[in-house]
Design a protein around this ligand. Structure first.
Ligand code: NAI
Length: 651
């Protein structure tokens, strides 16, 4: 049974029982409606407590039903029936109240939450908006600007934030059901509160402020339509009667749900659930993780350390000497304070994190570590030396991981006596913020070691993509391919600012040339020089980036790169670069021609797709879905387009 009703004296307890997260599938909706009817016939009742079984109230709609037409009973009708009950319903929220789950709570007359609960309207992340009264009831409970932020941005909030906003009336530290019973006894003495859908909207900010907020939402959505639709629907909700608002919401929800963007977002949602599966690790038990070692406290090492500390793991950082160690520890400490400033951790947790951080200049300091991640310079000899030495100092059962961007993980593993304990864990910069983690499956890694790598990724709340060993793994291999295509484009007639504009208009946060300036042009330049001898003569080679580097234009940090940063911080196109590009084209006898944004994107996408297919053919990516997950989570590919491979299948 998906919903069951028990009577405790005059209190009815309605329990959602649909593991794992009590999603509102057809059986649950029907069960809730039956419960309303059963309760209506109960002889003596004072209140109803609604709860979820298994530690979570309700995580919303059943996404698997999204591809089909809605089936009866519809959620809005079920919620209206609850709201119209003649007994007060109390939502006792623990775990998650998300999407339809939060709409269910809003249809109840009272809401309390366990202190660990999380609530929110993540619908926009699936390309839709709440479709069962969320946009109608929320702005009748809390101010419209706050409601709009929650709905259009899709961010989750904690029980404490929900209390501060007025969404729940109590945060419970002890037994939630006890607290719900206490509340039931109190409220049954009062008249039933006016249901939210019959109230006036809560006084919001000025129309001008709302307009500014809407503009901001539209800008941030970068082409995704659901957030803008949410803003429009919310405006209707606060300016019209509730029944008009309900209709507007439902119509928009159904239209979005059957649209291309929602299909793309569902694709990536399901792809992410499978992209971290590694057949060889199946059934293996991960080793426990408490203490992580990090070698190298530069950009990546510091970020990785912060990610681990924020997840409650102890970290020991190793650096080459005392000065480098101090600099690395400072970097980590600064980021921890930044996380505190942004409310990502409280004062006590900040203190714990700082106490959990240690530094060493000798690998002997790793004796107690369960897993050590190497993030030293991108140099094979340096990495081999580090691994050979690490192997001698860590526990026999410790896992060793490299964060290399391009190098051969099997070759690195071979520098140890025990290659079966070595894997790749490729983080993205900044490592404590970027969601993606490529887990690189080395040839000899044991199932247990792979399972442990995956478990670290889960602990750090990363989106995991499993990759085989090859140069650049999945992401950097695809990026190298479309960067090469972008180079061809500028030699053939486009300008960097035109390529970047096409990418930004498509939905990327920035274009490939601006991104290179941000990362610095020197590392790729060094790599090209190292490989110059191996480059096949017949291969087309674009030397424009080399010319920039030779002129000292190494990117933002040098004030100039593809763009000029001396005039404005965000960079302006530079006639000098244009001249240089024209000269290179001319030297190769290329007749430059203009490219439309559509042509530019077609060529870049085609390069991504060709490389994506070859990654699957080579057995590096388990499926094209994994390529999409990597591009969306690590390279700024617009999520609402579903990824380059999804676009290929759909076109
Ligand atoms: P970085 O140059 O900022 O930091 C490297 C650090 O390693 C330096 O602090 C250096 O003192 C330390 N180090 C060097 N040899 C050492 C040794 N034997 N023992 C202890 N410490 C040592 O480099 P970054 O950018 O952090 O890159 C590190 C690794 O991460 C490279 O393999 C890179 O390819 C990879 N990576 C870099 C990304 C990025 O965006 N920067 C993204 C993903 C991976």
């Amino acid at each position: 049974m998906s919903v069951f009703v028990e009577f405790h004296g005059e209190i009815a307890v309605v329990t959602l029982d649909n593991p794992p997260v009590n999603a509102l599938g057809q059986a649950v909706r029907q069960g809730l409606l039956d419960a309303v009817n059963q309760i209506a016939q109960a002889p003596r009742l004072s209140a109803v407590v609604l709860r979820g079984k298994g530690g979570s109230f309700c995580a919303g709609a059943d996404v698997r039903e999204f591809d089909a037409d809605p089936t009866l009973p519809f959620l809005p009708d079920v919620l209206n029936a609850i709201e119209g009950s003649s007994y007060p319903w109390i939502a006792a929220i623990d775990g998650f109240a998300l999407g339809g789950g939060l709409e269910l709570a809003l249809a109840c007359h009272y809401r309390i939450a366990h202190h660990g609960a999380t609530i929110g309207f993540p619908e926009v992340k699936l390309g839709v908006i709440p479709g069962a009264g969320g946009t109608v009831r929320l702005p009748r409970l809390i101010p419209a600007d706050r409601a709009l932020a929650m709905i259009a941005e899709g961010d989750m909030i904690s029980a404490h934030e929900a209390y501060a906003s007025g969404i729940v009336s109590e945060v419970v530290v002890g037994d939630l059901i006890n607290a719900a019973f206490n509340l039931a006894e109190k409220v049954c003495e009062h008249a039933l509160p006016i249901p939210l859908s019959q109230r006036d909207p809560v006084e919001a900010g000025t129309p001008v402020a709302l307009k500014l907020q809407k503009d901001r939402i539209r800008r941030r959505a970068r082409g995704q339509i659901a957030p803008a639709v949410a803003a429009d629907v919310l405006e209707t909700s606060i300016s019209e009667a509730a029944d008009v608002a309900f209709q507007a919401e439902r119509a928009s929800f159904l239209k979005l749900k059957s649209g291309a963007q929602a299909a793309a977002l569902r694709h990536i949602f399901f792809a992410e659930r499978a992209s971290g599966r590694i057949a060889r690790a199946k059934g293996a038990k991960p080793r426990p993780l408490r203490h992580i070692g990090v070698v190298g406290g530069g950009t990546m090492g510091a970020g990785i350390a912060v990610a681990c500390l924020l997840s409650g793991l102890a970290v020991t950082l190793a650096e080459r000497d005392a000065d480098a160690l101090e600099a690395g520890l400072d970097r980590i400490s600064t980021e921890l304070h930044e996380a505190y400033r942004r409310g990502k951790l409280d004062r006590d947790s900040l203190q714990v994190a700082q106490e959990d951080l240690r530094g060493t200049t000798s690998f002997a300091g790793f004796a107690d570590c369960d897993l050590v991640i190497e993030a030293v310079f991108e140099d094979m000899d340096a990495k081999k030396q580090v691994f050979a030495e690490l192997d001698l100092h860590v526990r026999d059962d410790a896992v060793l991981a490299t964060n290399t961007s391009y190098l051969d993980v099997d070759e690195i593993a071979a520098a140890t006596q025990t290659p079966s304990r070595v894997i790749g864990l490729h983080f993205f910069s900044p490592a404590h913020i970027m969601k993606l983690l490529e887990v690189v499956v080395s040839e000899n890694a044991s199932a247990e070691v792979l399972a442990t790598g995956l478990s670290l990724g889960q602990r750090l709340k990363k989106t995991i993509a499993a990759s085989g060993v090859c140069e650049g793994f999945i992401g950097n291999r695809v990026m190298s391919a479309y960067r090469r295509e972008a180079d061809y484009l500028i030699e053939d007639g486009a300008l960097p600012e035109e390529v970047d504009k096409a990418m930004v208009d498509f939905g990327f946060p920035m274009g490939i040339f601006a991104m290179q300036d941000l990362a610095g042009l020197d590392i790729a330049w060094a790599m090209r020089r190292r490989r110059a001898a191996e480059r096949p003569e017949q291969e087309r080679y674009v030397a424009i980036a080399d010319r920039l580097c030779e002129a000292g234009r190494l990117g933002r940090k040098a004030g100039k790169g593809w763009y000029d940063y001396t005039v404005s911080k965000t960079g302006t196109p530079d006639p000098e670069v244009t001249k240089l590009i024209h000269a290179e084209s001319q030297q190769k006898g290329i007749h430059r021609r203009s490219f439309s944004s559509a042509e530019i994107m077609e060529r870049l996408l085609s390069a991504m797709q060709t490389e994506g297919l070859s990654l699957v053919e080579d057995g590096i990516a388990a499926s094209t879905n994994v390529v999409d997950v990597v591009m969306v989570n690590g390279y700024g590919f617009p999520r609402w387009r579903g990824g380059p491979m999804f676009m290929m299948v759909r076109s």
